[in-house]
Ligand binder design. Structure first.
Ligand code: ZN
Length: 186
């Protein structure tokens, strides 16, 4: 089991748009395997490649630890594009392994359609609702350099400014490996 340090808000790679994947080579397979180990260890349900320091347009999902999703098969999503967002929006609480201990209510479309490639670069499409639609949108945003904290009202942004500064300076207590202060900042 290989655990990769998780990048935290402030690490520059999380603000850069990720790069289209044209070849799933051994290095990429290794990355994906390590991402699943890292996600499991951190008790998360989704993880984007730039959260472990890679600039590839890949995210993974594993919801099977969540009630009602016990049969969920872990998914590898490569080069995703959201092709449909419902007009109906819902509010759900979100958190992020790159922004530990901050949870906010975020409004997003209730349903989405996602086109993506699997590990054989085969074109796939999934219609998602509920928690799956939510985690897809959250991880998809990561690949574009967007955090869920960007999507809330100014008032909420103000409220989390101090806790975010504590995360940036690593004055936090997390039970999974994270990048050292100043890592990935160039
Ligand atoms: Zn996140």
């Amino acid at each position: 089991m290989t655990l990769l340090p998780i990048t935290l808000i402030g690490d520059k790679i999380l603000r850069r748009k990720t790069v289209h994947v044209t070849d799933v080579d051994m290095e990429t397979i290794e990355l994906i395997k390590n991402m699943f180990d890292t996600l499991k260890n951190a008790h998360g349900i989704g993880l984007a490649a730039n959260q472990v320091g890679s600039d590839k347009a890949i995210f993974i999902l594993n919801l099977n630890g969540v009630e009602d999703y016990e049969k969920f098969k872990p998914m590898v999503i490569i080069n995703p594009v959201i092709t449909f967002r419902s007009e109906e929006k819902i509010v759900m609480e979100e958190g992020c392994l790159s922004i530990p201990d901050i949870r906010l209510e975020v409004e997003r479309p209730e349903n989405v359609v996602l086109k993506y490639q699997d590990t054989e670069l085969k074109q796939c499409e999934i219609k998602a609702d509920n928690l799956l639609a939510r985690v897809i949108q959250h991880e998809y945003d990561h690949l574009l350099g967007i955090f869920f904290t960007d999507l809330v009202e100014q008032e909420q942004k103000k409220r989390i400014r101090k806790p975010i500064n504590r995360i940036r300076s690593r004055k936090i207590d997390v039970d999974y490996p994270v990048t050292e202060d100043s890592e990935y900042r160039l």
